[in-house]
Ligand binder design. Structure first.
Ligand code: UDP
Ligand code: UDP
Length: 453
């Protein structure tokens, strides 16, 4: 199969797995391909994990009707109700079903596409189910790694590690700082998780792809990028291309809902607001939400807080402030309203981070959130909750534009008090060196972008 067909058309098929953290960078990369006259076919598992994903996909396809859209059905007993109901199902169970369904559906689908495909872009959670198919079609397969280069180093090195990590103090990979076991995703340390199974199956396949796109850039992770591309992590490493920062696109704005927080921010002084948002699937208990609200009030800063309570999955997340009074109590609600805005719905995070009133970000450290904050030069206080997030928080700390508190633990490990959160925000909002480093990172991000277009 040639890279360009007889009519000069370059055609790519892309297959994101599940979760906004994967879909968003795939769609941003697709937008880049489209702007370079590459024909895009987007293959998506259905039903999506969350309503936000199906809504984002609709907006993407309305903005780019030229993109061919192919769905494949995820065969799963998890979907016993209507196929469009978005249920809170365990993320990796869903990934497991997508992997099995893709392995069955993909082969006839890819060979029937017209014009013939020039290359394929895989998700790193799908590699071992997709690679045999693209290999049998002699189709170049590139990996879009939607997390950090640091996490990529761990992912690609993983199959060489001992099967039990719990006895180690740290994972040592040549060329990068040791990763303490306490920062490794607990599901990779646990003996039998699906996440670990996916990692083990896919990690050894990395050397077979034609190249790896990562949503990062040189100034953000210089040491790790040098190590992976110098063959220190794996000697047979395919080319790793720092392709970030992936920046927000127009189609990501949803209806009018994104306007409200931006309007509120318009009335706040420059750099005065701390933005507290914890990604798409961090569900704090109400007791923790109370402490967060208390901490934000104690910090003395103005704030924009986004809370998610699980309704995100079934689409019933539009009732802003419902129940807030019951949860926080009258006294705290009054204080909160005095200094802050609380949203209980999906917000347009990239737009918020780009607003000049934002001075700091209390973040769960999902990788997309980190890159978006870097793009906008917003210092971060990290509150990693799960997965790769402690490693991401460490990336920020290492490059000097934020910090995190190792004692806060993984989600649910302990209640982090309002006092601690308030103190953390004071550190974040008053640290001049974070601000200077964050604006340097922003400058570097913008510079990369001018070279890429
Ligand atoms: N996001 C958003 N509004 C929200 C929550 C999240 O726009 O209320 C976006 C955010 O900008 C990012 C993605 O959803 O692009 C979340 O990805 P990330 O890797 O930060 O975290 P995850 O949700 O995957 O843990
Ligand atoms: N995870 C990820 N990307 C996503 C969603 C989840 O890397 O878009 C990671 C997450 O950070 C966690 C792991 O997958 O460490 C396992 O997720 P889990 O099964 O606990 O997800 P849950 O069902 O609790 O949302």
């Amino acid at each position: 199969m040639t890279m360009i067909d007889d009519n000069g058309v370059v055609h790519v098929a892309m297959l994101p797995s599940a979760g906004m953290g994967h879909l968003t960078p795939f769609l941003r990369l697709a937008t880049f391909f489209l702007s370079h006259n590459i024909k895009v076919t987007l293959i998506t598992p259905r039903p999506t994990l969350s309503l936000s994903e199906s809504q984002l996909l609709s907006r993407f396809h309305s903005s780019f009707p030229q993109v061919d859209q192919i769905n494949f059905k995820v065969e799963s007993s998890l979907f016993t109700q209507s196929p469009n109901s978005h249920m809170p199902i365990p993320y990796f169970q869903m990934i497991d079903h997508i992997r099995t369904s893709a392995a069955k559906a993909l082969s006839p689908l890819l060979s029937s596409l017209s014009p013939p495909l020039s290359f394929f872009v895989s998700d790193y959670f799908m590699l071992s189910s997709v690679l045999p198919i693209t290999q049998s079609l002699s189709l170049p397969n590139y990996l879009l790694f939607t997390a950090s280069a640091s996490f990529f180093a761990l992912y690609s090195y993983f199959s060489t590690l001992p099967s039990s990590l719990s006895e180690l103090e740290a994972v040592e990979i040549q060329g990068i700082p040791p990763i303490p076991i306490s920062s490794i995703p607990p599901d990779l340390v646990a003996p039998n998780s699906i996440f670990k199974k996916v990692f083990i199956e896919d990690s050894s396949q990395v050397i077979k792809v034609d190249g790896i796109f990562i949503n990062t850039f040189e100034a953000l992770e210089p040491e790790v990028l040098e190590a992976v591309n110098a063959g220190k992590v794996l000697t047979a490493m395919p080319p790793v291309l720092p392709f970030g920062p992936f920046v927000p696109c127009e189609f990501e704005k949803e209806g009018d809902q994104w306007i409200k927080p931006l309007k509120w921010l318009d009335d706040q002084p420059r750099g005065s607001v701390v933005f507290a948002n914890f990604g798409t699937h961090t569900e704090f208990g109400w007791d923790q939400i109370r402490e967060i609200a208390d901490g934000l009030v104690k910090s003395g800063s103005r704030f924009l807080l986004v809370v998610k309570d699980g309704k995100y999955f079934n689409g019933d997340d539009k009732n802003e402030e419902v129940g807030l009074e019951e949860v926080l109590g009258h006294e705290l609600v009054d204080k909160v309203r005095d200094k802050g805005l609380v949203m209980k719905e999906w917000v347009y995070q990239s737009g918020i981070l780009s607003h000049e009133a934002i001075g700091g970000f209390l973040s769960h450290c999902g990788w997309n959130s980190i890159v978006e904050a870097a793009w906008n030069g917003v210092p971060i206080f990290g509150w990693p909750q799960r997965g790769d997030q402690k490693m991401n928080a460490e990336v920020v700390k290492m490059s000097g534009w934020g910090t995190w508190n190792k004692n806060w633990g993984w989600i649910g490990e302990r209640l982090v008090t309002g006092e601690e959160i308030g103190d953390a925000i004071k550190v974040l909002m008053n640290n001049e060196s974070f601000k200077i480093r964050a604006s340097k990172i922003k400058e570097a991000a913008r510079k990369v972008m001018t070279l890429m277009v």
